[in-house]
Design a binder for this molecule. Structure first.
Ligand SMILES: Cc1ncc(C[n+]2csc(CCOP(=O)(O)OP(=O)(O)O)c2C)c(N)n1
Length: 686
């Protein structure tokens, strides 16, 4: 067993224990460099799994770096996708890819995505990032191995927090039922997850008894003792006639004292100084060409930026946020407003918040952080979105006001049937927060960028869907939904800091859009606009309308500014914060009174665009009235790793793209008007 030449069957290299130890240390060093260059990522878990990675990729697995698709290779599935850098370093050290290229980690277009994508990098077996799915994929691969009478082994690397996902236990059951003796699970048992200690967030122990009772063989080892790790693997691959799991005791952040055993280092990357300190602690001072590697990352980044800038629509001036005097705007993540509302309304004894192990980042923990007495109403559910959703329905049934939230993709897709049947069908009063929506989630990449959640949420009967435009509106919307609205409700907000364009005086009425009009240039961008409830707005015969939701509203406002300054066009911006129920009257008026409608959403095109279109096409009021429409949004593709504002450019969801689309539509409108006038001239009078 080792790195092979698949043509000859010869072993290319077999690492000794001291060589494996040395490789693991070097891999830790390169990991820190790549994370530092990326400016984000997961230091803790990548360091805890590194000895296992070195043993598996350099000594245990049969594979051929020159022939990554060799049918007889052992398969390695990383169910715990956030440890991707360790996977990349395992591949690089085994010779699958150039080591120095791993520093392009998490950058736009890089094969070294924030979470592994097998279609981008040879050697990566499957794409993961949504926890709890890898073991099921591994079951499928192992079943195929048996059906195809192949001898390969399938390894699956998991986290201990990840064991909280119910799907893991479905797969554990399947593997045992089908006697998958060719399947080896590995649990990186570092005892920490995002919200803290696994035993406190949601205890998964005793894992050994659990796996055994499901019919698996269990091997325990110290995951940092290379001899024990290799021995555990060798034992596991010798065959027990049933699936085997290796429970490896590890330390999160292993090797760097200030990262060890600290939950805060879960999703953090080292600064340059921390990197240097870390390398010294690892005994690697001077052994890794840090400057050269960081230089390579910078060069890659410069190329990304040049490419993005070249593809941006051009106007007379640079209208980018805060780029010049009058484009100054305060930026705040929309999610902040969610936490502020929970902090305020949490005093109501009926409010209960369900934690899904991403609590600080989505601000749901603001519910209790300054009010520890509320801790008994803070219900930690672990990484178990499906069960938590149905549990929320149960809480609502008994009169509680349950709130649950996580990344929008796990809050609205992973648990979709639970939302549909447990929550919506029963019409229960549950508030679901889809945090980190859209591509602006950034370097975590496609698996973490919800771009389809609004389709599903808007498609559910009884569901109310709100997509607030900034932090202030998020607070107002949460206040209203939580305290004044009874029924299933979904609020979607973003991760990145986005412009604050509303204030205390801005109206927020559920189901009613606001009209925003550019009036004059002001020192603060937002002060240049006037906002009124759409039903109170009097037609000003604008040239076109832009209908937007979420952080695309500030982009729409900036587009209105560009259109006025560069082209003299007046744009009516509609902030359609409530996608469901939709404000039909405001849409119809915008369509009829301006004749041109551009929609803008940070989502696959359609959640907003098609809903707006259906309002326009279904009403007899607009029969025979020409309305020219265009849509800005993600065009039927998955997301990518990259910096948030780079992704806004890459996926063409910026003000510049809205403005360009608006001009295109205005050209059509003007040509039609001209045509109609000519037609009119030629028509003989009766
Ligand atoms: C389905 C799903 N829910 C939530 C997340 C966000 N998330 C990423 S890592 C993580 C914690 C994982 O803990 P653990 O499995 O113990 O990994 P480790 O501590 O070893 O990094 C969570 C909740 C996710 N990626 N997928």
């Amino acid at each position: 067993m080792a790195i092979k030449n698949s043509m000859t069957g010869f072993t290319v290299r077999e690492y000794s224990i001291p060589e494996l130890k040395e490789a693991a240390t070097l891999m830790r060093g390169y990991d820190l460099v790549a994370l530092c260059a990326a400016g984000s990522g997961h230091a803790g878990g990548t360091l805890s799994i590194m000895d296992i990675t070195a043993a598996l990729y350099l000594r245990i697995a049969n594979h051929d770096p020159k022939n990554p698709k060799w049918p007889d290779r052992d398969r390695i599935v990383w169910s715990t996708g956030h440890k991707a850098p360790s996977l990349y370093l395992g591949l690089a050290f085994a010779g699958f890819c150039p080591l120095e290229e791993v520093v392009t980690l998490r950058k736009l277009g890089s094969p070294y995505q924030g979470h592994p994508h097998w279609l981008k990098l040879p050697g990566v077996e499957v794409s993961t990032g949504s926890l709890g799915q890898g073991l099921s994929i591994a079951v499928g691969i192992a079943l195929a191995g048996k059906l195809n009478r192949k001898d390969y082994k399938t390894f699956c690397i998991m986290g201990d927090g990840e064991q909280q996902e119910g799907q893991i236990w479905e797969a554990v059951m399947e593997a045992s039922h089908h006697q998958l003796s060719n399947l080896i699970g590995i649990v990186d048992r570092n005892r920490l997850q995002i919200d803290g200690k696994v035993e406190e967030v949601m205890n998964v122990e005793p894992l050994e008894e659990k796996y055994r009772s499901f019919g698996w063989e269990v091997i325990r080892c110290d995951g940092h003792d290379m001899q024990q790790v290799v021995h555990a693997f060798e034992k596991a691959t010798n065959g027990f006639g049933k699936p085997v799991v290796i429970l490896a005791d590890t330390i999160k952040g292993r090797g760097v004292s200030f990262m060890e055993n600290i939950a805060g280092w879960h999703g953090k990357s080292p600064t340059y100084d921390e990197l240097l300190k870390g390398l010294i602690e690892l005994g690697l001072n001077g052994r890794i060409q840090v400057k050269q590697l960081l230089g390579k990352a910078e060069q890659y980044q410069a190329e990304v930026e040049a490419r993005l800038n070249a593809k941006m629509p051009r106007f007379h001036g640079d209208y980018w946020w805060n780029s010049r005097q009058n484009m100054k705007v305060k930026m705040e993540p929309t999610r902040k407003g969610f936490g502020q509302s929970l902090k305020k309304n949490g005093e109501d004894e009926r409010v209960v918040c369900l934690g899904l192990d991403i609590s600080g980042s989505i601000t749901i923990s603001d519910f209790y952080t300054s009010n520890p007495e509320r801790k008994d109403r803070w219900i930690s559910m672990g990484i178990a979105e499906q069960s938590a959703t149905s549990a929320a329905a149960g809480l609502a049934k008994e009169g509680k006001l349950p709130v649950l939230g996580t990344y929008a993709t796990f809050a609205a897709a992973r648990n979709l049937d639970q939302i549909r049947t447990s929550v919506c069908y029963g019409n229960f009063n549950v508030l679901i927060a889809g945090a980190h929506g859209g591509v602006s989630v950034g370097p975590d990449g496609a698996t973490h960028q919800a771009l389809e959640d609004l389709f599903a949420m808007c498609g559910l009967p009884n569901m109310t869907v709100v997509v607030p435009c900034d932090a202030v509106e998020t607070r107002m919307a949460t206040d209203f939904l939580l305290m004044k609205y009874d029924g299933p409700k979904y609020i979607r907000f973003a991760r990145e800091a986005t412009p604050v364009v509303t204030d205390e005086r801005t109206p927020f009425t559920l189901g009613k859009a606001n009209v925003i009009r550019f009036r004059t240039e002001a020192a603060d961008f937002a002060d240049g606009f006037q906002t009124v409830l759409a039903s109170d707005y009097e037609n000003e015969n604008e040239d076109l309308s832009i209908i937007a939701c979420g952080p695309m509203v500030p982009e729409a406002m900036r587009a209105a500014w560009i259109l006025k300054k560069d082209f003299g066009y007046e744009a009516r911006v509609l902030n359609l914060h409530t996608l469901k129920p939709i404000d039909e009257a405001a849409i119809l008026r915008a369509a009829r009174e301006t004749g041109v409608v551009v929609t803008a959403e940070e989502h696959q095109i359609g959640a907003l665009a098609w809903r707006v279109s259906s309002v326009i096409t279904e009403t007899p009021l607009l029969y025979g009235v020409p309305v020219i429409t265009g849509a800005i949004g993600v065009k039927d593709r998955f997301g990518d790793s990259g910096a948030p504002w780079e992704l806004i450019k890459e996926f063409e969801v910026s003000a510049e793209h809205i403005a360009r689309k608006a001009i295109e539509l205005m050209d059509v409108k003007q040509t039609r008007t001209l045509h109609a006038e000519r037609h009119f001239d030629l028509t003989p009078t009766k």
